[in-house]
Write a protein that binds this ligand. Structure first.
Ligand SMILES: C[S@@+](CC[C@H](N)C(=O)[O-])C[C@H]1O[C@@H](n2cnc3c(N)ncnc32)[C@H](O)[C@@H]1O
Length: 262
């Protein structure tokens, strides 16, 4: 069953200021993956790597654990992370030696248009009360794809209360919002190419996460994403390779036989 959430549409000035303060100082976010990364993080990094970008920006990168995963798949690409939280950025620079910078959405205005082939967010836009300008700027600085992994729901607004993993109704996670990303990105000139349910964890808000790919250029519409994912898929098993070889030989033999027919 879909977990209960109570969503309100009203936003106060306190929301806009409180959210920034909360994340600037917060140390509640885990900085690193303990053990193997969760499935969603693996899928996000594999999807990005399959597009073979030469430059990638993560907005709201925390200590850069997603960029670190990406670097293992994309050795040579230019990877940059921005986050409002200095403690996380300092910890990530020390741990990963990545190009991480302390910055909020206002810094996006200083980045020239189309500077990055791909930009992405993992649970960041859902902590911005009014994200239209941030989304427009992310679109501007991106040449091909903006990839988002955020909570989504039919109803948009602030999450006032939610069901926790034990089924109890509790206060919403501080400053979490459902947004309509399809229309926000459409206003920023992007086309939604892929929209997939991909729970981050079971129960509570974990069930609401979706992976979305927003496309900047018309030439990338159509099957680009699925083609690049399938081209990057691991080679077929020996059995599959054997079957493919047999199929090829059979069709060659059929063509050969048709030449012999009178
Ligand atoms: C839920 S955490 C996700 C962190 C990271 N994407 C990950 O998956 O490890 C949200 C992150 O967004 C950052 N953040 C929140 N609001 C931000 C803003 N306005 N500008 C930049 N970063 C922000 C927070 O500091 C925090 O690191």
């Amino acid at each position: 069953m879909i977990p209960f959430v109570k969503v309100s549409s009203g936003l106060s000035q306190g929301d806009l200021e409180g959210v920034k303060e909360f994340y600037t100082d917060s140390t509640v976010q885990p900085f690193f993956y303990d053990g193997p990364p969760p499935l969603y993080a693996t899928i996000v990094s594999e999807l990005i790597a399959s597009l073979k970008p030469s430059s990638v920006l993560e907005f709201g990168c925390c200590a850069g654990r997603n960029l670190d995963l990406l670097r293992r798949r994309l050795g040579k690409a230019r990877l940059v992370g921005l986050d409002v939280n200095r403690t996380a950025i300092d910890a990530g620079r020390r741990a990963f030696g990545l190009d991480l910078r302390v910055a909020d959405e206002s810094a996006l205005a200083n980045i020239p248009n189309s500077s990055f082939d791909v930009s992405f967010t993992v649970s960041v836009l859902d902590h911005i009360a009014l994200p239209q300008q941030t989304i427009a700027k992310l679109a501007d600085i991106t040449r091909r794809f903006v990839i988002t992994y955020e909570i989504c729901n039919d109803q948009t607004g602030k999450i006032e209360a939610m069901q926790d993993a034990g089924g109890n109704i509790v206060d919403g996670y501080p400053f979490s919002y459902f947004h309509d990303y399809r229309s926000l990105f459409a206003k920023a000139g992007c086309w939604l190419l892929l929209d997939a349910a991909l729970p981050a964890f079971s129960g509570s808000l974990g069930e609401f996460y979706r992976l979305q790919v927003h496309c900047r250029q018309q030439r990338d519409f159509g099957g680009t994403i699925l083609r690049s994912v399938s081209a990057a898929a691991p080679p077929a098993s020996p059995l599959q390779r054997g079957l493919n070889l047999l199929r090829k030989r059979a069709s060659r033999f059929k063509r050969f036989r048709s030449h012999l027919k009178p």
